[in-house]
Design a protein around this ligand. Structure first.
Ligand SMILES: NCCCN[C@H]1CC[C@H](N)CC1
Length: 292
């Protein structure tokens, strides 16, 4: 039995579809926010799908979770307080826990079902929830950030799904304002910023908002994730005004990371060369993005 993970009817990817052969359906359910599906694929291990969109697979989740985490955290000398928006699968938590300087990790995930399903089917990711530094808040991120004291966090990671559905408001200006307020001066934001092949208009809109909101610096970075549409995904790295941050050269190189074993698995994708390379753009993307 094969089942297409349909994008045809999804406005984010008109006319595109990505097919993975389904060996066995492991879970199917619906939360108040989205449909949740887990299946065993032929060659990518287990796959998590929300509203028909691939979120992660056993095989290639390392690329996304490691890059979205270590690009910001390796850019500042000693991250202590970190906030994750989304990320209910626990993969970003697993990666943050490798940084010995981190003292507390808040995570705000809107959908309890995603957390529960990932604890059952993706233990290599949900291991991140076991760290004593983690404080889970189930609810709306806009609400959470509105109540967060000003200047709290060294780093905020927005591990969101696509801006159609629960993550819609996570690409709008008011949300970025609340993030900036919650960051300490010189604090950094890394958020999921879609594909340069497919979404340059959305990225341009986000760049305009972020360049206005974060006066430190704003850079677009990207990496390879075979099971995401177009095979790549981007990140927006933003620094709040304050102590200067140089995203292009890691201030806190990966070699200093501890706890790799506690996180249940060695780093598989990120390294300092990949960090630097992530900010190098092909010519079309340079033209379309660097003017913004
Ligand atoms: N934490 C799992 C990854 C969530 N990130 C998104 C999944 C869906 C993609 N189209 C964009 C990234």
């Amino acid at each position: 039995k094969t089942s297409k993970v349909q994008y045809y009817n999804n406005p984010m990817w008109p006319g595109e579809a990505h097919s993975l052969k389904v060996e066995k359906i492991l879970y199917q359910g619906k939360s108040p926010y989205q449909e949740v599906l887990v299946f065993e694929s032929s060659t990518y291990g287990k796959v998590l799908v929300l509203d028909g969109i691939v979120q992660l697979t056993d095989k290639d989740e390392c690329a996304y979770q490691e890059m979205i985490t270590h690009l910001p955290l390796c850019s500042i000398p000693s991250p202590k307080k970190v906030l994750v928006i989304g990320g209910g699968d626990g993969g970003v938590l697993r990666e943050i826990c490798r940084h010995g300087s981190v003292e507390s990790i808040d995570i705000c995930e809107i959908d309890q079902l995603v957390i529960d399903v990932c604890k059952d089917f993706f233990p290599a990711l949900s291991v991140g929830f076991n760290d004593p530094r983690v404080r889970l808040h189930v609810g709306d991120a806009v609400e959470f950030l509105r109540n967060a004291p000003e200047g709290t966090y060294d780093a905020i990671i927005v591990d969101s799904s696509d801006p159609i559905g629960p993550a819609q408001e996570l690409v709008e200006k008011p949300f970025f304002d609340t993030i900036s307020r919650a960051l300490r001066p010189g604090g950094v934001l890394c958020n999921q910023a879609e594909s340069m092949w497919l979404h340059t208009h959305l990225i341009q809109d986000m760049l305009l908002i972020c360049r206005e909101t974060f006066k430190g610096s704003v850079h677009y970075a990207w990496t390879s994730v075979p099971t995401y549409p177009s095979g790549v995904i981007g990140f927006l790295l933003c620094a709040k005004e304050g102590p200067p941050v140089n995203f292009l050269t890691p201030a806190n190189p990966i070699e200093k990371l501890e706890g790799a074993m506690e996180a249940g698995r060695e780093i598989r994708f990120y390294n300092s060369e990949m960090h630097k390379a992530a900010f190098v753009l092909p010519t079309f993307a340079r033209r379309e993005l660097e003017a913004y």
